[in-house]
Write a protein that binds this ligand. Structure first.
Ligand code: FE
Length: 142
C-alpha cells in the first residue's frame, strides 16, 4: 500500500502505491508507526477525488466526487486520534487538465501515478477530537 523511509526525528518520507486511496494508506501508516499526532504534507497524481465543503449556515456537509486525472499541487493536513483511531484532517488543492484548480477538505483520493508524502510525528499523546455543536466540526481537544 506504501513504502517509507525514516528520516531523523520521527519524520518519514512516504510513497503511496499506485491506485491506492491516499487516506486509507496514511491511516494504515499511522497505525503501523503508532503516530498519535502529527503533520502531513505532499503532492500526488490522482484519477478520482471526493472533496467536502461544510456550509457554516446549515452545518451540513456537501460532498462532491471528481472522476478525472488531476495533480494534487498541495496536500496539507494533520493527524490526531478520535475513538482510538487515526483521525486525518486533510485539505488539498488539485489542478485539472486545463490548469485550473479545485480543492477542499479531502475525503478520499485515488493515486494514478505517484503520491509522495511527508509525515512528521509530533510524539505527543492526548491530541484528540471533540464535536463542537457551534461549528459542526470535530475540533482539536487538548
Ligand atoms: Fe477540513
Amino acid at each position: 500500500m506504501y513504502k517509507y523511509k525514516e528520516a531523523s526525528g520521527k519524520r518519514y518520507i512516504l510513497s503511496v502505491a499506485n491506485h491506492t486511496e491516499i487516506g486509507t494508506a496514511l491511516a494504515a501508516f499511522c497505525r503501523e508507526k503508532d503516530i498519535r499526532s502529527g503533520v502531513v504534507g505532499g503532492i500526488a497524481a490522482i484519477s478520482q477525488a471526493t472533496f467536502r465543503f461544510l456550509d457554516p449556515a446549515t452545518k451540513k456537509y456537501v460532498d462532491k466526487t471528481f472522476d478525472e486525472q488531476m495533480e494534487i499541487t498541495c496536500l496539507a493536513g494533520n493527524i490526531s486520534r478520535k475513538d482510538g483511531e487515526p483521525y486525518l484532517h486533510l485539505h488539498v488543492t488539485a489542478s485539472r487538465r486545463d490548469y485550473t484548480c479545485i480543492g477542499g477538505h479531502l475525503l478520499s483520493a485515488r493515486v494514478n501515478g505517484a503520491c509522495e508524502l511527508y509525515v512528521e510525528d509530533y510524539g505527543l499523546d492526548g491530541i484528540g477530537r471533540r464535536f463542537d455543536p457551534e461549528t459542526g466540526l470535530n475540533l482539536y481537544d487538548f
